[in-house]
Design a protein around this ligand. Structure first.
Ligand code: SF4
Length: 375
């Protein structure tokens, strides 16, 4: 079943590493919400009437929306779409927005049943270096309050490999998450992206690039510690206790259709991909003129194969030969031939019809996938 994504493009301040689309000016928040509601109307048929199995409000910082704005968005969604009774409905939130009052209001007035909280670290030094808007105390308090308010389906984001995050602090960050009993965890290696403060520092030589050895060491520790605490490593960056795999993101990884609403949001119907303009002012203006500002490309068979390999090899399920055969005989022949070297090196294994990365292979996921790409 398909998923619905809404992009809320506002943040209190720009984190130094982040290249997502957002604005730190909230001046046009009201107009933006009106445009989101309008786009929901325009795109109502994109998914062909199928019931939504997941709704995900991401960004940006959706927790900056007021409860009334969230109510408007959810009532529009339910007026336009069937929503599966057990749908996963996630709101991304930052710790400094999650007061007990806001958490209780979310429970009472919205159908949100899962929070994805951008903790990143429990160290003030790390958080200052990242330019996060919250403190270590906020991080700790919001998890306690979210659990207290009854949000037992929680996921937190953490970042490893940053210059201020020592191995001891990384172990401490994980320990706190495990102590709270958080059922899902997304851990991302710090990456240096163009167009960010960190990217500029590295380019000017004011900051060293990410220490690959430290990042690999912290990833190794993460895999071990998560396994010890009963988490399954079901995608390179994602860990969950049983029954808590993220449904929304899993549907992306399985290549299922989704509709993305909001500036910079992407949509996929199984064959073509489209993406909205990544500019709040243009987005608002276009919707005010009853136009959805997007570009579209139809994926070639090779692009579909490449995307499938790229995403599936990152998951616990791996690449399924039945799916690849369905894409065309030439892809199946190519995949089996190209996989031989990785099987011999022990970075990939075959289980029935599925090819997946071994523990060693997980350190090399993107490079391995790229070696399978076809034109
Ligand atoms: S990491 Fe999150 S809070 Fe920070 S700038 Fe990016 S979207 Fe905003």
């Amino acid at each position: 079943m398909p998923g619905l994504y809404l992009h809320v493009p506002f943040c209190k301040q720009a984190c130094h590493y982040c290249n997502f689309h957002f604005s730190t000016s909230l001046r046009h928040k009201k107009e933006l919400v009106a445009a989101l509601l309008n786009e929901l109307e325009w795109q109502r048929d994109f998914l062909g009437g199928a019931a939504l199995s997941s709704i995900y409000l991401g960004g940006g910082t959706p927790s900056l929306l007021e409860i009334g704005e969230l109510e408007q968005i959810f009532s529009k969604i339910t007026a336009l779409h069937r929503v599966a009774p057990d749908a996963e409905i996630t709101l991304e939130a930052n710790p400094d927005d999650l007061t007990l009052e806001k958490l209780n209001a979310l429970r009472q007035h919205t159908p949100v049943n899962r929070l994805s909280i951008g903790i990143q670290s429990f160290s003030d030094e790390d958080l200052r270096w990242m330019n996060r808007a919250h403190t270590a105390t906020h991080a700790q308090d919001c998890l306690r309050d979210a659990l207290g308010a009854g949000f037992d389906s929680l996921t937190v984001d953490l970042i490893y490999g940053s210059p201020t995050t020592s191995d001891a602090q990384w172990a401490e960050n994980l320990r706190r998450v495990f102590d709270f009993g958080i059922p899902h965890l997304s851990c991302y290696c710090l990456t240096v992206e163009e167009g960010t403060a960190l990217g500029a520092w590295v380019r000017k030589g004011q900051q060293l690039p990410v220490d690959e050895e430290k990042a690999a060491r912290q990833f190794e520790y993460l895999m071990e510690a998560a396994a010890t605490h009963g988490y399954e490593h079901y995608e390179i960056s994602n860990f969950a206790v049983p029954e808590h795999y993220a449904r929304h993101n899993s549907s992306y990884w399985r290549g299922e259709p989704y509709l993305g609403i909001g500036p910079s949001a992407h949509s996929f119907d199984g064959y073509s991909r489209q993406w909205n303009v990544a500019n709040n002012a243009h987005y608002i203006k276009a919707l005010a003129n009853n136009q959805v500002p997007y570009e579209r490309e139809t994926l070639t068979p090779a692009q579909r194969f490449n995307e499938y390999v790229m995403t599936s090899l990152r998951t616990i399920w791996g690449a399924d030969m039945d799916v690849i055969r369905g894409m065309g005989g030439r892809f199946a022949v190519h995949f089996e031939r190209a996989s031989k070297v990785f099987l011999e090196r022990g970075v990939m294994e075959r289980v029935g019809e599925h090819y997946r990365l071994t523990r060693t292979g997980k350190f090399l996921a993107d490079g391995i996938a790229a070696d399978f790409f076809c034109e």
